[in-house]
Design a protein around this ligand. Structure first.
Ligand SMILES: NC(=O)c1ccc[n+]([C@@H]2O[C@H](COP(=O)([O-])OP(=O)(O)OC[C@H]3O[C@@H](n4cnc5c(N)ncnc54)[C@H](O)[C@@H]3O)[C@@H](O)[C@H]2O)c1
Length: 406
């Protein structure tokens, strides 16, 4: 694994758990973890359960003992690490968004296609596909229970940078993150809605905004939390400010704080998407609603064990939204967990992700979402950015290489 902070911890928990919960044809050994700071990665290896650590990701690539490389770093290093790992015959799981640019994502998808011919697998980490209620949503659509899909309504709202004094962490820097709320959380709802409906976004009209354009430089930045540097400028990609200890140095925010767009999906679906880090009070509010001719289904990540379902084929007198508790053994992924009604949480989506990845690698099939699927999401992100730059002009999404569905 490369990276040991937010996703590093979430993935480690999943790697620790996956073989204890699911009966799989292969067993994961947590062999080697990489971070740039020797002291911190040593501590992380101990805390997260890795056998050894290194400060250079190339050691993972060079090791004959390693079969799988799990990339949990910011987007600016995904392409280099993934392409090198695939070329060395390692199966790769790479966090989303696949890359920071379409060009990088294209070279990753090409490397994945070449590796695939040699039996080397790759997957992009859109873990919300593996929430049982989301997988069930997809089943309902695939089984025709919603009829003809007309609308997709998707929002992913957070509020962790509402305070203008929140520091300029890597997620607010274009060269490290590619984009802001759009690529970080918008990418999730793009993938999730395409996965659930089996339809692709074909065109968009977008607006984006950066509400706070200058922020204090961070003293230390990781994940979604950081502290402000009280003194000298310590960033390389940002302009230094006052280094007198009273006025923290500041730098420019170079990504969007929020992105809103309308879209068409193939098959005549109209959709709206909103991704924001300025939705005060909304912590991790991913919501998706899909309206079809025969019904509606709605999901809210903050109530992730549930699904709202309106079945318009029922007698008029009995119609209404029902709340399905997605904890039955027959629901996707749930047979390995607890008795019905005993809830699961955020981290389980990662265990499910590892289950599907290990099973695919061990049985010699391609896991989904593929790098080509990751590229397709990247093409949508790029179309949104271009549309916003051109005054919301309608922008077609170039088709990628493969289908979204597994
Ligand atoms: N699937 C999800 O729900 C989800 C949630 C959060 C983040 N992510 C994605 O996961 C990735 C990491 O995000 P995060 O929140 O874990 O970030 P983070 O800042 O918490 O952790 C990043 C880690 O990468 C390490 N790192 C950075 N550059 C490195 C390099 N060149 N070599 C070795 N280690 C390096 C850092 O030391 C740190 O350990 C991003 O692509 C992000 O979009 C996905």
């Amino acid at each position: 694994m490369v990276g040991y902070a937010f996703m590093g911890a979430a993935h480690s928990q999943a790697w620790r758990t996956v073989n204890r919960v699911y009966d799989l044809p292969a067993r994961a050994r947590m062999a080697l973890i990489c971070g740039r700071d020797a002291g911190k990665v040593a501590d992380a290896a101990d805390r997260l359960g890795w056998e050894a650590y290194t400060t250079d990701w190339r050691d993972l690539i060079a090791s004959d003992d390693i079969d799988v490389v799990d990339i949990c770093t910011p987007g600016d290093s995904h392409a280099e690490i993934a392409i090198a790992a695939l070329a060395a015959g390692k199966h790769v799981l790479c966090e989303k968004p696949l890359a920071n640019t379409v060009a990088e994502a294209r070279s990753m998808a090409a490397a994945a296609a070449t590796a695939q011919a040699a039996g080397v697998r790759s997957m992009c980490g859109f873990n919300y596909r593996r929430v049982p209620a989301v997988a069930m949503m997809r089943q309902l659509v695939a089984d025709g229970r919603l009829g003809v899909i007309r609308h997709v309504r998707a929002t992913y709202l957070q509020d962790w940078i509402v305070d203008p004094q929140f520091p300029l962490v890597w997620r607010l820097q274009r060269d490290r993150a590619g984009s802001g709320a759009l690529g970080d959380i918008g990418a999730h709802i793009i993938d999730l809605t395409q996965y659930v409906t089996g339809r692709r976004i074909t065109g968009v009209s977008a607006v984006t905004e950066t509400f706070v354009r200058e922020r204090p430089l961070p003293a230390g930045s990781s994940g979604l939390a950081a502290t402000v540097d009280g003194g000298a400028a310590n960033g390389s990609a940002v302009d230094g400010g006052g280094a007198d200890g009273h006025h923290p140095a500041t730098g420019a925010v170079t990504v969007d704080d929020a992105a809103v767009f309308v879209a068409r999906l193939d098959g005549g679906v109209l959709a709206t998407y909103e991704a924001s880090r300025f939705a005060t009070g909304r912590k991790n509010a991913l919501r998706v609603e899909i309206n079809g001719s025969l019904g509606t289904v709605a999901f809210d990540l903050e109530r992730l064990n549930e699904l709202e379902f309106y079945d318009a084929s029922r007698p008029a007198a009995e119609q209404g939204f029902s709340r399905i508790l997605v904890t039955e053994g027959e629901h996707p992924y749930m047979s390995a967990w607890w008795p019905p009604g005993h809830l699961i949480g955020y981290e389980h989506s990662f265990t499910h992700q590892m289950r599907d990845f290990v099973e695919a690698v061990a049985t010699g099939v391609d896991p989904a979402p593929s790098f080509a699927d990751g590229l397709q999401v990247q093409l949508v992100l790029d179309a949104v950015t271009r549309s916003a730059e051109l005054g919301s002009s309608w922008t077609e999404v170039e088709p990628a290489l493969a289908t979204v569905a597994a």
